[in-house]
Write a protein that binds this ligand. Structure first.
Ligand code: FAD
Length: 402
């Protein structure tokens, strides 16, 4: 039997960061199911790796449902600490809109390379899937560790190594497992307008509103506005991926296509413009408010002939126009689960000490990253969770006197 101070299970960003931190003073083994580390990390940010979000720390924490839990890890490994770790290794960063941080080289492989280079003190076992952990911390009946850090990720993109089986490696309580940051499938076929982007619209589901771009795909809707809203829809629905195979529903989302105008402002503007520009065809007039390639579809949906001159539009049609500009609805029937970026739910936070990431019921067992019941919006928030909780778990397990 091989013996180690610490075994880290899972070589994603959380596991690698935990192993690097713990490996400074302890004898650490990193066990990875794949033949290489960080498969999901390589896909992040479309291959560019949106490594974190540079909002001030208090604002950053406010973006999460579980800010109190995350507080300690975020203050232990701040954005400054995280970025200077990579900068000290020769990788600089750029900040894009919405405080999103990317490596200057725009390559997630450069982030991975630095993590790998810093694992020189750690024994790495590739193609090693952990299937069991016995009470005496014996892994797969062949490796014994004093402390174990589980960082096996969530359930989405299974081709990167994730699996729901990992939730059952220990007796730690698990919350319902759901899709997060996931495109929505609409009842209506949208192939005619696939590729159209609606810029800076407000998308709402029940009372929740999210501002952002919406991208139309052949089968539904995606883009930051939609995938951030998808987290709220997913949390609202009752299902558990550990029990149900297919998630189907009949919900409705609304898009405010003109968030800069109130209904009253639009009404006033239309009344004036319909008089002043009476000969203008409605489809040309709408260019002021809508993306060009969306106008024909929009008019078709509200049953208004695009050739109609403004002066010929009656009060009922004018009101219908305003109502749909402010509240254009889509029926949604399921998630495009193949493209879900994160998992909502996981190891229940009530069983984890947020100051150490150690289980409160099983001493010397730690968790980090997406396996925990933690998720954030799109924009670098999820890698921030992985790196900060990974660092804290590695630090606590490494410092613990055994
Ligand atoms: C397409 C895509 C793009 C994304 N882009 C961004 C982005 O730009 N910014 C952002 O913040 N977030 C992004 N995310 C989310 C982010 O990638 C994840 O939140 C993050 O990778 C989670 O890190 P982790 O280490 O917890 O888990 P993972 O990265 O999933 O790593 C888990 C590791 O554990 C291994 N493993 C699993 N089970 C076992 C086992 N039983 N034994 C041994 N090894 C095992 C896996 O093979 C894997 O290597 C994106 C996600 C996707 C899918």
């Amino acid at each position: 039997m091989k013996e180690y101070d610490i075994a880290v299970i899972g070589g994603g960003p959380a596991g690698m960061m935990a192993a690097i931190t713990a490996g400074r003073d302890s004898n650490v083994i990193l066990l990875e199911k794949n033949s290489s580390l960080g498969r999901k990390l390589l896909l992040t940010g479309g291959g560019r790796c949106n490594i974190t979000n540079n909002k001030p720390i208090k604002k950053l924490l406010n973006s999460f449902d579980n800010k109190n839990f995350l507080k300690h890890s975020f203050y232990t490994l701040t954005n400054e600490n995280l970025l200077s770790f990579f900068e000290d290794n020769g990788l600089n960063f750029i900040e894009e809109d919405d405080n999103r941080i990317f490596p200057e080289t725009e390559k997630s492989s450069d982030v991975l390379k630095i993590l790998e280079d810093n694992l020189s003190d750690v024994v790495i076992s590739y193609n090693y899937e952990v299937k069991s952990i016995k009470d005496n911390f014996i892994i797969n009946d062949e490796i014994k560790a004093d402390r174990i850090i589980i960082a096996t990720g969530g359930v989405t993109y299974p081709q990167t190594g994730c699996s729901p089986d990992n939730y059952f490696l220990t007796s730690q309580p698990i919350t319902d497992i759901k899709y997060g940051l996931v495109p929505l499938i609409t009842k209506r076929d949208l192939s005619d307008i696939a590729g159209v982007t609606l810029y800076d619209v407000t998308v709402s589901y029940r009372k929740i509103k999210v501002k952002g771009n919406v991208l139309i795909s052949h089968i539904g809707l995606t883009g930051p506005g939609i995938i951030n809203l998808s987290n709220e829809i997913s949390k609202d629905l009752t299902y558990n991926l550990l029990e149900n195979e297919k998630v189907e529903f009949d919900e409705r989302i609304a898009i405010d296509l003109c968030p800069d105008f109130t209904r009253d402002e639009l009404k006033e503007k239309f009344t004036q413009d319909f008089q002043d520009k009476g000969k203008t065809m409605v489809k040309n007039y709408l260019k002021m408010f809508l993306t060009n390639s969306f106008i024909d579809f929009f008019l078709d949906e509200i049953d208004l002939d695009g050739q109609t001159q403004l002066s010929r539009i009656n009060k009922k049609s004018k009101n219908r126009l305003i109502e749909n500009l402010k509240n254009f609805t889509f029926e949604i029937t399921s998630f495009n689960d193949r493209l879900a970026k994160v998992t909502i739910g996981g190891v229940a936070l009530s069983g984890i000490n947020p100051k150490t990431m150690e289980s409160t019921s099983i001493p010397n067992l730690y968790f980090a990253g997406e396996i925990l019941d933690l998720h954030g919006p799109t924009g670098g928030y999820n890698l921030k969770i992985a790196f900060s909780t990974g660092f804290l778990a590695g630090l606590s397990a490494g410092e613990k006197q055994f």
